[in-house]
Design a protein around this ligand. Structure first.
Ligand SMILES: Cc1cc2nc3c(=O)[nH]c(=O)nc-3n(C[C@H](O)[C@H](O)[C@H](O)COP(=O)(O)O)c2cc1C
Length: 203
């Protein structure tokens, strides 16, 4: 698969087959993704991979966070329990949840650089996975900002920024492409002097 094909055909996957992806394949994807650009060679990405029995505690931690956020508060006990069972089942049937996190740099500029590098790493991973027939859904759910969720999965919310969860597995269904805004609406060409002094000079 060439790069253009991967970029144009990759889709966010919401429906996965049950089969796990081989650990070595996942590691290969992330190892190659590490060639992402990174200022000062910080390579700020880290991955916590939840699969098999690890997904059970992960799903519990997500549900506890939803509970804290009041997600179930408008439902009676029975309905809330039904919703929890449904969410738990949904989460556990996804083969892999790769939580991507970074250390929080105290310097705001460096923090942004690190976040940008982690996002480049994630997009590399999405494309490299796609090339191997593996689907990914890049997620930024509110529990990633819940300090008690970070704590529950063994991270330190004062030190770690939880950037994303990548749901991963072999796609059962591939959605249709969502059309993008034409680039002419986003692209402005400035090939002549445009600052005031140069405009004055011209007149
Ligand atoms: C930073 C980021 C966060 C995202 N979070 C979610 C999410 O929480 N839930 C979700 O369904 N999709 C999420 N997505 C995926 C987008 O919904 C998806 O990329 C978009 O709909 C376009 O679809 P495509 O990736 O198939 O082209 C996220 C994407 C990015 C870049």
């Amino acid at each position: 698969m060439d790069l253009q094909e991967a970029v144009l055909n990759r889709r966010s996957i919401h429906d996965f087959k049950e089969d796990n992806v081989e650990q070595s394949t996942l590691k290969e994807v992330f190892a190659k993704s590490s060639l992402a650009p990174t200022h000062r060679m910080k390579q700020p990405w880290n991955i916590l991979m939840f699969q098999d029995n690890g997904k059970e505690d992960y799903a519990d931690s997500v549900l506890e966070s939803y509970e804290r956020e009041g997600f179930f508060s408008s439902s009676d006990w029975e309905r809330a329990e039904k919703m929890k069972t449904g969410i738990r089942k949904f989460l556990v049937q996804i083969p892999h949840h790769a939580l991507v996190y970074m250390e929080k740099d105290k310097d705001a500029h460096k923090y942004e650089e690190d976040y940008a590098a982690v996002c480049a790493f994630i997009q590399n991973a999405q494309l490299l996975a796609w090339e191997k027939g593996i689907g990914v859904l890049w997620m930024t759910s509110p529990y990633l900002d819940d300090p008690l969720f970070a704590d529950a999965i063994g991270l330190d919310p004062s030190l770690h920024k939880l950037v994303a969860v990548l749901q991963m597995g072999y796609p059962r269904q591939i959605p249709k492409a969502k059309p993008r805004v034409p680039i002419d609406e986003k692209y402005e060409l400035r090939s002549n002097h445009f600052k005031k002094y140069s405009i004055k000079e011209k007149s």
